[in-house]
Ligand binder design. Structure first.
Ligand code: ZN
Length: 459
């Protein structure tokens, strides 16, 4: 046993320092996690501090692990100590009158949502990985998902947090106040920085009242230019109740409504775009209003066809279509992307990507869907192989087409290792230089998730 492993074992107990086959068994996730030296499982912030202090002294890289559902190799721990927060899942306090929850970083998103719902409250973050993704991982990656349009990304829900810095220092910033302009807002350093500046251990999150009414409809429309009009119509006429505006291009809709998918088609095939619209409100008057707005959209020709869910079962079935992203793997092998761009640039962008792919690979598939209300598209490309060269060629097409409209290479998945080479396609030199300055100041030894987002060596 190496000295480092022996010291870690002494610090947090042998049963929580996994090596060899036990460590590889844990290294299974939605993107590559590499071969960690060991997987350590601290039980408390003090444990995390102890582990990081030991690694800091040894110059040993540490990579925090949450639910391991990231898609960009942001948690790749090859040769590193993987620090899993799975034991730190306690929901410590739900403050009903204050509308906050204090929670350990290892709590899953779903467990948190269910616990606050029991108290009549609502945590609005929602994404496909909800059952495994953890709050700590959601914060480290600034998770987005299905209801950003109304509530913002998790950044908007975090009031305070506690983090362990690169030298093991515990930074406790468990603010409960909605307004607190006393100096720098330090929590922002840890939100979306992918574990490169500190390890989030606990958080205070903002809660909302649980909406008593939910309306969901599926719409079809026949031209792209109707989509922004529909979006603005629902935003305006629903008076702020619009909570999701998810668009499925025809080929995505076809995949999720034909076997082997379990879903069936609530609207006939043959339209180019299908839209899931959701509104959340306080009472049953919502459904009346929702029907009126939908009727207006049909009358105006913005929607060609529509169906309103009449029961919770129907609402769930429509959402399940949008959530059944696994169907895109039928075109395997695939590359997945999450780009962000202005609505006005979207139609040209998708046409450009499809044309560029078809020119190089005539049989290429390109499935598009996403959070259109947020300007966030998921683009799934299949060209028959997954070699490094092919990946690079596809990336150049998908990211290159963003350049004319200054779109972003990542709307919500982050950069990790996968998009590192393209950071400068979205962020300018000055922005990247300041990112490096922050990294150098907060982690001079470059031990926290090194190499993710950007490289520090060879600048
Ligand atoms: Zn998404």
């Amino acid at each position: 046993m190496s000295d480092l492993i022996a010291v870690l074992t002494q610090a947090i107990g042998a049963e929580h320092v996994l090596t060899g086959a036990d460590a590889s068994e844990k290294a299974q996730g939605w993107s590559r996690l590499g071969a960690p030296l060991a997987v350590v499982r601290p039980a408390s912030t003090e444990d995390v501090s102890r582990v990081v202090r030991i690694c800091h002294a040894a110059g040993q890289p540490v990579v925090a692990w949450g639910g391991k559902t990231g898609l960009v190799e942001g948690a790749n721990a090859d040769g590193a100590i993987a620090l899993s927060l799975e034991r730190m899942h306690t929901i410590e306090e739900i403050d009903v009158s204050g509308g906050t929850v204090t929670v350990g970083a290892g709590c899953t998103l779903q467990a948190l949502c269910e616990a606050v719902e029991e108290k009549g409250l609502f945590f609005p973050l929602d994404l496909g990985a909800r059952g495994s993704a953890t709050i700590g991982g959601n914060i480290a990656t600034n998770a987005g998902g299905n209801r950003v349009l109304r509530y913002g990304m998790i950044r908007e829900q975090v009031l305070g947090l506690e983090a362990v810095l690169a030298d093991g220092t515990i930074l406790s910033s468990l603010n409960h106040l909605i307004k607190n302009n006393a100096g720098y807002d330090l929590k922002q350093l840890f939100i979306g920085s992918e574990g490169t500046l500190g390890i989030v251990t606990r958080a205070v999150l903002r809660l909302r009242p649980r909406p008593a009414a939910q309306s969901v409809a599926l719409l079809a429309t026949d031209s792209f230019d109707r989509l922004p009009r529909l979006l603005r119509r629902f935003e305006k006429d629903l008076g702020g109740a619009l909570s999701a505006f998810e668009v499925m291009w025809a080929d995505f809709y076809a995949l999720v409504t034909t076997p082997p998918a379990h879903g069936t088609a609530p609207l006939a095939h043959g339209h180019p775009f299908y839209i899931l619209v959701e509104a959340l409100g306080a009472d049953e008057s919502l459904s009346e209003r929702f029907e009126t707005v939908l009727g207006d959209a049909l009358d105006a020709g913005d929607a060609s066809d529509a169906v309103i869910a009449k029961s919770q079962g129907e609402r769930n079935r429509i959402w399940a279509l949008r959530d059944d992203v696994a169907q895109v793997a039928r075109n395997a092998p695939i590359f997945t992307f999450d780009v962000s761009l202005r609505l006005s640039a979207m139609e040209t962008y998708v046409a450009q990507v499809k044309a560029d792919l078809a020119e190089r690979w005539p049989a290429a598939t390109c499935i598009v869907f996403g959070h259109l209300g947020d300007g966030n598209l998921h683009v799934i490309v299949g060209v028959g192989d997954r070699s490094r060269e092919t990946r690079t060629a596809v990336e150049h097409i998908v990211y290159g087409a963003l350049k004319p409209s200054n779109g972003s290479i990542s709307a919500e998945h982050g950069v990790g290792l996968e998009k590192r080479a393209y950071l400068s396609w979205t962020r300018n030199e000055g922005e990247i230089a300041l990112m490096r300055t922050l990294k150098r100041a907060m982690d001079p030894g470059n031990i926290l998730n090194p190499g993710k987002v950007f490289e520090m060596n060879g600048e």
